[in-house]
Ligand binder design. Structure first.
Ligand code: CP
Length: 355
């Protein structure tokens, strides 16, 4: 049996990704046509970490497709609080649900879950690693709001180190021709090495910036993110990073007339409320596109037998363990170590960190 998971958007071929984006647009135009498409199916939403949009948009998407829901929003109200492992939780719930959506604070948790599930797993965010369905939402938004996914200059501003939405978005947009990236952050919050490696591997043009004011005029898309307080081990460090980059009406005056401002939300203080009324601000529309994107994804995963991601390359099992303290292998210690050698480096298959 071919397991059909979405851990990373790389799991989907470009043509299937285009199909999902197109289907999201079709659903948007005629949502009532799809009200029974997942009748009889059950989705489990397992949120080990807080969420508003991802959780509720998945739930809304499934309900609008005629499906049903089970799950938890707080692991403390589940047997996770009694010490149940990820393996056991997934092994049980995949007997109950046809598809499982999981968010967890450890990097690689969704990949680990996919090893034990009878049905498809969707990664709804694994720590500071990846967030593929937010990127699907972003791609649908850009398709509509910019009319293209190529030939764009994209600024990513904020917490580029810990922002999983940033990582997934760069991975996807760097595959489209002639996209350029302006990585706007403090030196401490630059993108991780595996994202730089991806930009280089895809031959993308990119540069670093420490000034939103200086960079904004060249951008077609500005993707703002909050500083991810929950990823900091030291509150003083968070205090020095927050509030460095703030998009306000003054800075919007410097931007192109057809700039599009996206933000995965939640917002803290990095976009002032006055910007909400600027027609170039699309972050609330983005949340609506997220419903259609997730409806299209769920339908593809549940209803298209041919939709199967390519087999993941066999990883190397070794006696080493991943050194990333945020890797799922640190807490679920029955997991096999999976390290693959790339250019002389050992990369963890769960979290992409080099060891
Ligand atoms: N964009 C996003 O992941 O938001 P939530 O954390 O509210 O799900």
């Amino acid at each position: 049996m071919s397991l059909r998971h979405l851990i990373d958007l790389d799991d989907i071929s470009p043509s299937v990704l285009d199909e999902i984006i197109d289907l999201a647009g079709v659903i948007k135009e005629n949502p009532s046509y799809y009200t029974d498409h997942c009748h009889g199916n059950i989705m489990a939403t397992l949120f080990y970490e807080p969420s508003t949009r991802t959780q509720m948009s998945f739930q809304t998407a499934m309900l609008r497709l005629g499906g049903k829901l089970i799950g938890f929003t707080d692991p403390d109200n589940s047997s996770v609080s009694k010490g149940e492992s990820l393996k056991d939780t997934i092994s049980v719930i995949s007997n109950y649900a046809d598809i499982i959506v999981i968010r967890n604070s450890f990097e690689g948790a969704a990949y680990a879950a996919s090893m034990f599930s009878k049905g498809p797993i969707i990664n709804a965010g694994d720590g500071g690693h990846l967030h593929p369905t937010q990127t699907l939402t972003d791609l649908v938004t850009l398709s509509y709001e910019k009319g293209r996914l190529d030939n764009l200059t994209i600024g990513l501003c904020g917490d580029n180190k810990n922002g999983r939405t940033v990582h997934s978005l760069i991975k996807s947009l760097s595959k489209y021709p002639n996209n350029k990236f302006v990585l706007i952050s403090t030196p401490e919050l630059k993108v991780p090495k595996y994202i730089l490696d991806c930009l280089k591997a895809n031959g993308s043009t990119y540069k670093f910036s420490e000034s939103l004011e200086e960079s904004i005029s060249e951008l077609d898309v500005l993707y703002m993110t909050r500083i991810q307080r929950e990823r900091f081990t030291c509150s003083d460090e968070y205090e020095t990073q927050k509030g460095v980059f703030v998009l306000n009406a003054e800075k919007m005056k410097l931007a192109k007339k057809d700039l599009r401002v996206l933000h995965p939300l939640p917002r803290v203080d990095e976009i002032t409320v006055e910007v909400d009324d600027d027609p170039r601000a699309k972050y609330f529309e983005q949340t609506e596109y997220g419903i259609y994107a997730r409806m299209a994804l769920i339908m593809k995963m549940l209803k298209t037998p041919s939709f199967a991601p390519p087999e993941r390359p066999l990883a190397t099992h070794t006696s080493l363990t991943c050194k990333n303290v945020r890797c799922i292998t640190q807490t679920e210690n029955y997991l096999p170590t999976l390290l693959k050698e790339t250019d002389g480096e050992l990369i963890c298959k769960y979290c992409d960190h080099s060891n």
